[in-house]
Design a protein around this ligand. Structure first.
Ligand SMILES: Nc1ncnc2c1ncn2[C@@H]1O[C@H](COP(=O)(O)OP(=O)(O)OP(=O)(O)O)[C@@H](O)[C@H]1O
Length: 367
């Protein structure tokens, strides 16, 4: 087991900077996820940790040890690739044993270790089967067994479930977490699937365009997003463009850009600095945090709007409210008292102070 430290790491391919100014500390035994859209630099970062790429700048350490230019075979990392990268005409046993043979482990020891790991991934009966004759989920387990059998200090998983159907993905998620706990191994998991990241990880790093925007626990990332990119990438969210009128240690007073309404919110500093007066910002609030009523709320943060759309999802109801041309999504639990939910009627919404986050505008998508 080892901790991993990336210090000011950059990787450029010619003029393309795939990863820039990356500083990360991944703790021993942690299940750590790189999350972000396609092309954001997740795989490149993973490959720098595996040693398949060397950084253009910066340092990679395992614990205190400088690994920046150590070749992959000397790193003691196990990697599982998106396409599994198994040898199709070899048996399950031969695939899993391969890394041990390369390391010149004695054949009796190889037999013992391969048997143990195949039991762990529930493939002991498939030892002599060719991998081309296995299902996707079984092949994925062979890939996991092959990575684990060398007893790596670090397990690197690059979108390992993306080729599986939804049900199998759910099952494999649980299996991977169980294996990670059993082996208590420092694990990095790459995905673009936010649900996967939120449900599996101890901590998550959110990437976009080669930059890491936030590192935090799933609840920190969901409840305290660092900026509008992170907020919009993780879960559903409403954004309202705002200007900061006043700010002090306790509260921030913001106004909707046309000046029609001022709101009060709890002061929470931006990730790296304090918000400033006159700054254009984004008010963000999750759909489940907005309260809705046919009557006016006794609150400064109440807004009047019109019900535009009501969608029933059994236990939950999703509503769109038009507030002066701005569409806000409200998610409510299904309750008996729904008589006021008529399309076209006027309603009031309340944005509770404690659920609002004022965040910097960085993505340029919100005008
Ligand atoms: N070998 C390479 N040569 C040139 N450019 C590369 C190379 N590898 C990656 N890139 C570029 O670097 C950027 C980051 O790529 P990377 O594969 O790390 O993204 P990713 O987040 O893993 O995406 P995906 O989820 O699609 O795999 C992209 O713009 C990509 O085109």
């Amino acid at each position: 087991m080892a901790s991993i430290n990336l210090e000011n790491v950059q990787k450029a391919f010619g003029k393309v900077v795939a990863v820039d100014q990356l500083n990360l500390k991944i703790n021993e035994g942690e299940f750590f996820t790189f999350l972000g859209p396609s092309g954001c630099g997740k795989t490149t970062t993973l490959r720098m940790i595996a040693g398949f790429y060397y950084p253009s700048k910066g340092v990679v350490r395992f614990g205190e040890k400088d690994m920046t230019r150590v070749p992959p075979e000397k790193r003691n990392t196990g990697m599982v690739f998106q396409n599994y990268a198994l040898f199709p005409h070899m048996t399950v046993f031969e695939n899993v044993a391969f890394g041990l043979k390369v390391r010149k482990v004695a054949s009796s020891e190889i037999k013992k270790r391969v048997k143990e790991v195949l039991e762990k991934v529930r493939l002991e009966k498939f030892s002599d089967r060719q991998v081309s004759q296995l299902s996707g989920g079984q092949q994925q387990r062979v890939a996991l067994a092959r990575a684990l059998v060398i007893e790596p200090e670090i397990l690197l998983l690059d979108e390992p479930l993306s080729n599986l159907d939804a049900k199998l993905r759910d099952e494999m998620r649980t299996e991977i977490l169980q294996l990670q706990r059993d082996y208590h191994i420092t694990t990095i998991y790459v995905t673009h699937d936010q649900a996967e990241a939120l449900s599996m990880s101890d901590r998550i790093a959110v990437f976009n365009f080669g930059v890491c925007h936030q590192v935090g626990t799933p609840s920190e990332i969901y409840n305290e997003p660092a900026n509008d990119f992170v907020a919009s990438f993780i879960g559903e969210i409403n954004f309202i463009p705002m200007k900061i009128e006043k700010t002090d240690k306790q509260t921030i007073e913001v106004s909707i850009l046309d000046g029609s309404k001022r709101l009060h919110v709890n002061h929470t500093p931006f990730n790296y600095r304090e918000p400033k007066a006159n700054e254009d910002v984004v008010l963000s609030i999750r759909p489940e945090s907005i309260k809705l009523s046919p009557n006016r709320f006794d609150s400064v943060n109440a807004l009047e709007g019109k019900l535009e759309l009501i969608q029933f999802f059994g236990s939950m109801i999703e509503v769109l409210v038009n507030v002066n041309g701005l569409m806000l999504k409200v998610n409510m639990l299904n309750s008996n008292d729904l008589s006021h939910l008529q399309k076209g009627t006027n309603v009031w919404i309340n944005l509770p102070e404690e659920s609002i986050r004022i965040i910097p505008k960085i993505s340029g998508e919100i005008k």
